[in-house]
Design a protein around this ligand. Structure first.
Ligand SMILES: Cc1cc2nc3c(=O)[nH]c(=O)nc-3n(C[C@H](O)[C@H](O)[C@H](O)COP(=O)(O)O)c2cc1C
Length: 207
């Protein structure tokens, strides 16, 4: 049985474009693999806490205090979810040219030396292998082409974070120009839905 990890990070609830498209991607994947086990992390509703002076050593040191142990336990749990997953769907809105901070806090908990990456003389090595990642990006503006490409700190950063822990099979579905009015929003959603349909068609053909 395959495992599907679904991560949402929009704070916009039912209005969220990325949530809508994440659900489309999940439905398409479940059509292909109906018996897949689905695990969900909703970082928009229940954020992973930011690391603090009190908690940091739980993730990047030796846990001693209760706060350290709580951070270590959460990090262990999030990493276990990642390890168990065959496919990971991540809903990632653009917030202030980058990622929503709860998603960034999630990465702070799952990038752990010796667990998801290691250092060697040859440089860092990602330890999570053989997983497929589908990222759904939603953005108010247009960044995939034109002058704003240079200020897209969302997609390149996300790819770097994922690649650093070995997640290199990444497909990005983009819904852009969400803030350009209802027609542009509808067209963006339609375009992203076509991309999602294409993704699963390709996988079905390959199987
Ligand atoms: C806090 C916040 C910051 C945002 N920053 C940007 C931004 O830097 N660039 C942009 O194009 N859109 C920005 N937006 C617009 C969102 O990317 C857009 O509304 C997108 O649809 C959000 O994803 P969601 O609908 O899944 O919540 C921002 C929205 C919020 C709430």
């Amino acid at each position: 049985m395959s495992n599907l990890l679904v991560i949402n990070s929009s704070s916009s609830g039912a209005e969220s474009v990325s949530r809508l498209l994440v659900e489309d991607a999940v439905a398409a994947l479940l059509k292909q693999t109906p018996d897949a086990r689905v695990v969900r992390r909703d970082l928009g509703e229940t954020p992973v806490p930011h690391l603090t002076t009190a908690s940091l050593a739980g993730v990047r040191g030796t846990p001693e205090t209760d706060a350290h142990h709580a951070a270590r336990a959460l990090s262990d749990e999030l990493i276990a979810e990642l390890r168990a997953a065959d496919t990971i769907v991540i809903g990632a809105p653009m917030y202030n040219f980058g990622l929503p901070t709860p998603l960034r806090a999630w990465f702070d908990h799952v990038l752990r030396a010796g667990e998801t990456f290691s250092y060697s003389e040859a440089g860092p090595k990602g330890l999570l292998e053989g997983k497929r990642v589908i990222v759904v990006e939603s953005r108010g503006g247009l960044y995939s082409e034109g002058p704003a490409q240079a200020i897209d700190f969302q997609e390149p950063y996300l790819r770097q974070l994922l690649g650093f822990i070995g997640l290199t099979d990444v497909t990005v579905v983009r819904a852009e120009k969400i803030g350009f009015g209802p027609e542009a929003r509808a067209a963006a959603i339609e375009g992203a839905r076509a991309q999602i349909a294409g993704l699963t068609r390709t996988a079905a053909q390959a199987a």
